[in-house]
Design a protein around this ligand. Structure first.
Ligand code: ADP
Length: 301
C-alpha cells in the first residue's frame, strides 16, 4: 500500500515508529507536513499538492495532527477523504474530539461515565455555577489548555470563585469539574485500536501533584483494567467515531469517568510502559480496513 503519514515532524517517536512498522510490512510510506500541503478545491476534482507534486495513488492516510493545527490539518485530511483515500481517523471525528465541550456533550448523550462538569463563559452567578457541580473542592480548566497547564484545583468555595473570576477576566471559556479525589493523582490511558483496548497504562502524578501529566513529572506503569473500564473506553472511542485514540479515565467511586479522548495519542509512553508494538497494531488495522470509498463521511459535514 501507499500510505501518507500527516505529521509536522518526521523525527517524532510516534511518526518514526509508524514509518518503521509500515516499511517493515512492505508498504511505501510518505511523511507529509500538513501545513505544507496545499489544495485545489475545484468542482469534483479534489487534489492535494506537496512541494510541487500532485499527490496521487495513496491508499491510506494516517493523521497525526497536533492540537495547534487542528483547523488546517482537518481541512487537508478532508481533502484526502474527498479523493477517496482511507483515513485512519476521519476529519469529522478528529474535530469532534478536539472540541472539549462538544466531546463531553456527545459522551454524556450516550450515558458514558463523566465527572460532573459545568461549562461557562461569563456566568452572572458564579456561586450557582459552583453549586451546580457539587461545590468545592473543584477542578477548573481553561478550555484551550494542554499538558495540564490551566488546570487548577480549588480547595474551597472562595478559592473557586476567585479562580473563575480571574479566568472570566481573561474572556476564556472554562470548564468546572467535580474533583475526583479518590483517583489519587493518577489517571488511566487506554489505547484503543478498532474496537479493542490494546494497551493501558496508569500515569501517576509526582508527590503532592493531582495532575498526572508525564510532562509535569508524572510516571507511567503497566496496569490491568477492569471490564467496565475497558467497555467505557471502547464506547467513548466509538461515540467520537475514532478508530485509533487514547481514552483518559479516572477511577472514581461512581465508576470509571472519561476525562478526554485524544485522537493523536503518543506512542512513546504507552509502548515503553507496556512493551507492546502498538505501531504494528495500527498498521495491521489500516491493512484490514483501508478500502477506497469506505469512509463514512467522505468530507461531508
Ligand atoms: P490536559 O488536557 O491539559 O492534560 P486534563 O484535563 O487532562 O488536562 O487534566 C490534567 C490532569 O489533571 C489529568 O491527567 C488528571 O490527572 C488531573 N485531573 C483533571 N481533571 C480532574 C478531576 N476532575 N479530578 C481529579 N483529577 C483531575
Amino acid at each position: 500500500m501507499k500510505i501518507a503519514v500527516l505529521s509536522r515532524n518526521p523525527k517524532l517517536y510516534s511518526t518514526q515508529r509508524l514509518v518503521e512498522a509500515a516499511t517493515a510490512r512492505g508498504h511505501e510510506v510518505h511523511v507529509l507536513d500538513v501545513l505544507r500541503c496545499y489544495m485545489n478545491i475545484t468542482s469534483l476534482k479534489p487534489e492535494v499538492h506537496y512541494k510541487g507534486e500532485n499527490l496521487t495513488g495513496f491508499d491510506a492516510v494516517i493523521p497525526r495532527i497536533g492540537a495547534s493545527v487542528t483547523f488546517y490539518g482537518t481541512a487537508v485530511l478532508r481533502q484526502f477523504e474527498m479523493m477517496n483515500v482511507y483515513p485512519l481517523n476521519e476529519s469529522v471525528a478528529i474535530s469532534r474530539s478536539r472540541d472539549k465541550l462538544r466531546a463531553l456533550q456527545l459522551l454524556s448523550r450516550k450515558g458514558i461515565g463523566l465527572p460532573v462538569t459545568g461549562f461557562a463563559h461569563r456566568p452572572d452567578d458564579v456561586e450557582d455555577l459552583i453549586k451546580m457541580v457539587g461545590g468545592a473542592p473543584l477542578v477548573i480548566k481553561l478550555l484551550e489548555g494542554t499538558q495540564g497547564i490551566g488546570v487548577v484545583l480549588a480547595e474551597t468555595t472562595s478559592a473557586a470563585e476567585s479562580v473563575i473570576e480571574a479566568f472570566m477576566g481573561m474572556k476564556a471559556n472554562i470548564l468546572v469539574q467535580e474533583f475526583i479525589k479518590e483517583a489519587g493523582g493518577a489517571d488511566i490511558r487506554c489505547f484503543v485500536v478498532g474496537d479493542k483496548v490494546v494497551a493501558a497504562m496508569k500515569r501517576q502524578g509526582k508527590e503532592g501533584e493531582f495532575r498526572s501529566n508525564l510532562h509535569r513529572g508524572g510516571s507511567a506503569n503497566l496496569i490491568r483494567i477492569t471490564p467496565e473500564e475497558r467497555s467505557t473506553a471502547v464506547r467513548a472511542a466509538r461515540t467520537m467515531g475514532l478508530n485509533v485514540c487514547g481514552v483518559d479515565l479516572l477511577r472514581s467511586n461512581h465508576g470509571p469517568v472519561v476525562m478526554e479522548v485524544n485522537s493523536s495519542p503518543g506512542l512513546e509512553g504507552i509502548e515503553t510502559a507496556t512493551n507492546k508494538d502498538i505501531a504494528s497494531m495500527i498498521i495491521d488495522f489500516v491493512e484490514k480496513n483501508a478500502k477506497s470509498g469506505t469512509t463514512k463521511t467522505r468530507g461531508r459535514g
